[in-house]
Design a protein around this ligand. Sequence first.
Ligand code: G3I
Length: 361
Amino acid sequence: MPAATRRTALAAGLSLLTGVACAASTPSLEALASRHRLVFGAAIEPGDVEADPDFARLVRSQCGLIVAENALKWMALRPSPDRFDFDAADRVAAIARVQGARLHGHCLVWHEAMPDWLRRDLRPDNAERLLIEHIETVVRRYAGTAVSWDVVNEAVERNDGRPDGLRVSPWLRALGPAYLETAFRAAHAADPAARLVLNDYGLEYDDETWMVEKRGTMLDLLRGLVRRRVPIHALGVQGHLIGHRAPAYGRGLTEFLRAVAGLGLEIHVSELDVDDQKVAGTAAVRDRIVAEHYARFLETMLHDPAVSRVVTWGLSDRYTSKTFLSPRADGAPVRPLPFDADLAPKPAARALAGVIAGRRA
Ligand code: G3I
């Protein structure tokens, strides 16, 4: 998008969101997104919404989709081999229902957030039963509430040295590459209406060789799944952007998105935030840099009509896992998200709105 057009789009975003703090009369990101073939949402922790009515109102005013940041992971759901704990997940589902938002389930199979017993006990002779039983139980419970699932998260890791570039996760060690197909087929059988997603990071930057190579590996993986008629509907591009490096979301990303769309798949921006841990300057300076990354990345992503969803990994700097995952050396609060810790829109929110508003109808 030429600079002049971008400035116009950002100005449009500014006008759309200047009053969002009072929420009521100003179109929300979701209201704007829905006019441009998009769903906008955010990841949340149930406790943050339940304990903070102001934040609950912001989530309700801005989000048409809610993602369980942690409540639907094995670590939260499976305290022991013979027990499911759905408390946190049910609370997220209740929040979605009360707020009239759709629920996205994250994530059914991942090499992290595995309870100790699973890491210890997972073996070739029990893995398929554990995997299918988990997926069937969880997906059936939220059938009709969860519209989609990250079925497998972060399956590609070329540094693990396999010719197919797959991550040598506990699931792959136990079941081989077939675990992916098994997981997607189990999820589809449990809820045929749910949209099923393969979600991953490290696909965003044209000037990172490992990311360019990972895109190729991901395309090969997706082609194989589609060829074998595995029920997969979308690729999730996480979008954890790095604020202290130059934006590089260009032709390579555009061509990658076109190739994914050419397989008949939707594309989700699934975990968007901008890490400002190593960005120098005042809050205002950092906010401007963060907003530029939101704008540049989304200009490229939303240029592709196959992109149907933008989800930020949190909504406000008041609640972000980057506080403990990526703290600043100077101790200043991190500022990765569209709304600040006072729940007011930041330049990033305006950038988001501007790029969405500028999307070809
Ligand atoms: O809830 C417990 C709390 O009871 C305990 O006192 C505390 C200290 O041990 O831990 C709390 O759980 C933490 C949980 O976040 C909730 O805050 C876990 O330790 C911590 O590991 C977990 O981190 C999450 C991480 O995934 C690992 O599951 C982050 O919040 C979450 O933002 C992050 O999200 C991931 C996506 O799922 C996949 N893509 C990358 C993304 C960012 O890392």
